[in-house]
Each structure stands twice: as C-alpha cells, then as structure tokens.
Design a protein around this ligand. Structure first.
Ligand code: TNX
Length: 478
C-alpha cells in the first residue's frame, strides 16, 4: 500500500488501475471531502453482503443485501465521536467507529470507493476538522415540499454535512405552521417569488423532516428571521405593523423593507409564541433567529429588539444562532453563535459585528458570501442565480478559501464550522437547487471536513461529479 496524507501533497500510484472510475494513471484520492489519511492498493474487492449497525441504510445506498456472515462489517467500537476507520482488502470491507455517526461517514466514503460493484483496496482513517458542517436551504423565497427537502438531505449527507439550516420565514412566505398564530400560514404562506405559488410545513411535516434528517445524522436548524424579512408575518397580522394596517403579500426579490414594530408588546408576544413552538418541535440544540438586513429598523430600535429577542430566545433553552448583524448588540445571551456572511475580505462593520459573538463566549459559523453562497451564478452565462456577492463564483473560488483567514482574531478555536447557504429567489425546482449546489457544495464540504490546507483538487471534484451522475443528482458542468 502507498501512504497518502492529503495535507502533505499529491499521492501517486504506480500500477495502472483497471477500474474506469480510477482512470487517471497518477491516482490521487478522489474522495470528497478528502479523508485525514488514505492508503490504497491496486486491487479491488467485490463484496456480497453487509452486517452491523446501519446495515439497513448501507444496504440501500450500496445495493447489497444484509446477511449474518457478511463480508462488509460495520462495527461500533472505540471512543464516541465522528471519526471512523475503513479498510478494504482481500479479506473484506471493515468499518469501525465509536458512534453510529462515524459508521455513517464510513459508508459515505465507501460509496466513493466503488465502481461496477468493486471497491478499491484502501485503508482510511478519518475525522472532521469542524463540528458544524452546514447547508442552508431557503424555503421561503420558493417553497420546497417534504419530499424535495428529503432529497436535498440525501444529497448533502453524502458529503458528511451534519446540519441543515432551514430558512423558514421571509418577506415572500411563512413556511412553518404556528398553532397560536394560524394566519401566518393560512395567509402568509400563499405566495413566493414570481407568483410561483406558496406552501408550508404543518408541524407534522416539519417533524417528518427532522426525523428523516436525524436518520442521516443531520440536525435541523430552524430559522425564524427577525425583525426584518417579516413581510409575510406583517401581511398576516396587522397588529404587528407600525401603522396597524396589514402589509400586502410580496413576490419580488428586494430585501430590507420590512420590520416588526419594536415598541409594541404584541410584537414580543408574537416572538415568544413563535420561538416557543418552533423550539418545542425541534429536538436539536439550535434556534436561528435571523437578524440580517433589518434596513428598515432604526439602529436604536434594532438594539432594543436584539436584547428582547435574546431574552425570549434564551428562555426556550436553545442555543441561539444569528446572522452577524445581531452582533451589533453586546447584550445577546452568552454563547450565542454568529453566522458570518460578509466577504472573505471583510467590509464595513461585518468583522466587528462577528467578533462580538466571540467576546460573549460564542463561536462563528463561516458563510462568506463571495465564496460560500450557492445562489451566486457560476459564470455570467449561468441562467440561474444572482451576482451581488462578488459573483459569478466559480467552483475554484468556492473551493479555495480558509475559514481562519477571514475575521481578524477568529481562528480555529473560535470557529464552530462552515455553512453554504442556498437562497432561492431564482430557484424553483429541485433540479435548480442541485445544479447550483453541485459541485460547489462538495468543495465547501471539504473545507468544513478536511484538514487545513487540504489542496483543492479539480480532478477529485470531477470524479465526485461523475458519481453524482450515477446517483441521479444534477450538477453544473463548467
Ligand atoms: C442576502 S446574506 C440575504 C438573503 C438573500 C441573499 C441572496 C443574508 C443573511 N441575507 O436575504 O436571499 O442575499 O443572495
């Protein structure tokens, strides 16, 4: 076997591999995200059956039967955590991890060692760099139903992403049923961008998504965006508006024109009721409360609101997450997590606002818009997508950034993880989502999972792209 550590440089193999997916004679690991250590041989193994925890799931994705004396074994042993080891040899395929999540990641890696039913001989040791590896889906600008979200969950699970942030509310639609404020969905969910129709999740639908995600070791992070991005709520309940007159429903793509009424106690009853219901429905530890682009809220009002929001949010027992503008407030609950969406070279107050979360004992999720926003066009000719965040954003740009080199004073220890948002002003179908996400999301998942300075390898991304083709996932071909 030849030893290859990704962080150390390019790996090589001397033997020509027969397997068509490993067609390069100078074989480097094509696993995305790249594992910590990877040794491989030239041979392959053809397994017949699987046993162990997660055998049912593995059987589905690998297309092998479950059987008591299988030659693919999944074994729980060792310290808990997300690490795993995987060995493929003439003796069979053996995955070992201290947790079911680790075995799940071993299965994802295994899927990428396969071609024509044969698995490349390999020995892999792996664990993630960051605890939080996220994708965000905006279901407010366009609505995506339960089945569509489940499909996106399967897509991102292959990349060892472990959080799906659902942007559930915005100006164009309110997508989660709130029993104590029913008009949010009976009225506020009926629209989307472009008159493409509305939709919402009943609480049962939402729980179904949460459970499905959990079966893929993905935690749902629900976002209720406050106090801006609230036109759908303002259209549903006139008592929330500054003048007591219901807003019109909105199907455009402007941002920053809506705000809750900061001086009214009814606003805080609304915030408390909504956050309490959403928190109660959500088994995961996080509640995202938005805070971005509240351009119609005065600076003074924003601080008043942020303090109340922090108090109400903390009372749900969840750890709050907010877009970096919430860091204008120095009174957020200790440990609140900030989501940085400024550029890789910060502009304006974005770095200072992000730093507030660290000062309060929290961490940052890094989503720099110029490299991690999956709704940016790939090239000027891309029919879908926007360009405002220094777009177009090529695959190479999405793949070549380092989270610790963005906000001064924010290094490895201050970073909770990395998330790639997918905003949907211009995206209406699952094909649209996949074409914008892939392959850039694969590149960003590598930044979230793989060791620092793991080189961006266009050939590995292309191989991953070919796997997406075999899995029936749409992708952009540059
Ligand atoms: C900015 S960045 C937004 C979203 C838009 C997106 C479009 C941020 C937290 N908010 O409201 O959908 O740009 O790219």
């Amino acid at each position: 076997m030849c030893l290859y550590r990704h962080s150390a440089g390019a790996g090589r193999i001397d033997a020509q591999l027969v397997n068509p997916l490993y067609k390069s004679e100078l074989f480097v690991s094509t696993i995305i995200p790249a594992p910590v250590s990877f040794q491989h041989g030239a041979g392959t193994f053809r397994p017949t059956a699987i046993r162990g925890p997660l055998a049912g799931y593995a059987s589905e994705v690998l297309g092998l039967p479950v059987n008591g004396d299988a030659d693919v074994t999944l074994t729980l042993a060792g310290a808990p955590g997300e690490s795993y080891t995987l060995e493929v040899s003439a003796d069979g395929i053996h995955a070992t991890a201290g947790s079911a999540a680790g075995l799940f990641y071993a299965i994802q890696t295994l899927r990428q060692l396969e071609a024509n039913g044969e698995y490349l001989h390999a020995r892999i040791g792996d664990e993630p760099r960051f605890a939080y590896r996220g994708a965000m889906l905006d279901v407010a600008r366009h609505f995506f139903g339960v089945a569509e979200v489940k499909r996106y969950i399967d897509d991102i699970a292959a990349l060892k992403i472990n959080h799906l942030h659902l942007h559930l509310t915005d100006d164009q639609g309110w997508r989660i049923e709130i029993l104590s404020w029913p008009n949010l969905t009976t009225h506020g969910s009926t629209t989307s961008v472009n008159g493409d129709g509305g939709g919402f999740y009943t609480q049962a639908d939402y729980s179904e998504i949460v459970e499905y995600a959990a079966s893929r070791f993905i935690t749902i992070v629900p976002e209720i965006d406050l106090p801006g991005h609230t036109n759908a709520a303002l259209a549903s309940y006139p008592e929330l508006t500054p003048d007591g007159v219901a807003a019109e429903l909105y199907e455009g793509i402007e941002v920053g024109f809506s705000t809750l009424t900061i001086g009214s106690e009814r606003t805080y009853e609304f915030v408390r009721d909504v956050l309490t219901e959403v928190a109660d429905l959500t088994p995961g530890p996080f509640l995202h409360v938005g805070g971005d682009e509240s351009l119609s809220t005065t600076a003074e009002d924003f601080l008043i609101f942020a303090k109340r929001l922090g108090e109400i949010g903390a009372a749900t027992g969840k750890t709050l997450i907010g877009w970096h503008e919430l860091g204008k407030s120095s009174e957020l609950p200790a440990g609140t997590i900030g989501q940085y969406w400024g550029f890789t070279t910060p502009e304006g107050d974005s770095a200072a606002e992000a730093a507030t979360f660290i000062a309060r004992g929290g961490q940052l999720i890094m989503s720099p818009a110029d490299v991690a926003y999956l709704d940016m066009k790939y090239a000027t000719s891309t029919p879908l997508g926007l360009v405002w965040a220094k777009g177009p954003t090529s695959v190479a740009e999405a793949a070549s950034w380092e989270p610790t080199e963005i906000v001064p004073g924010v290094g490895e220890a201050q970073i909770f993880g990395v998330e790639a948002p997918l905003w949907t002003e211009t995206l209406a179908t699952v094909d649209d989502l996949e074409v914008m996400a892939f392959p850039r999301l694969a590149a960003i998942a590598q930044i979230a999972w793989s060791q620092q300075a793991t080189a961006h390898d266009p050939a590995a991304l292309e191989t991953f792209g070919e796997r997406l083709d075999t899995w029936g996932v749409k992708r952009y071909r540059g």
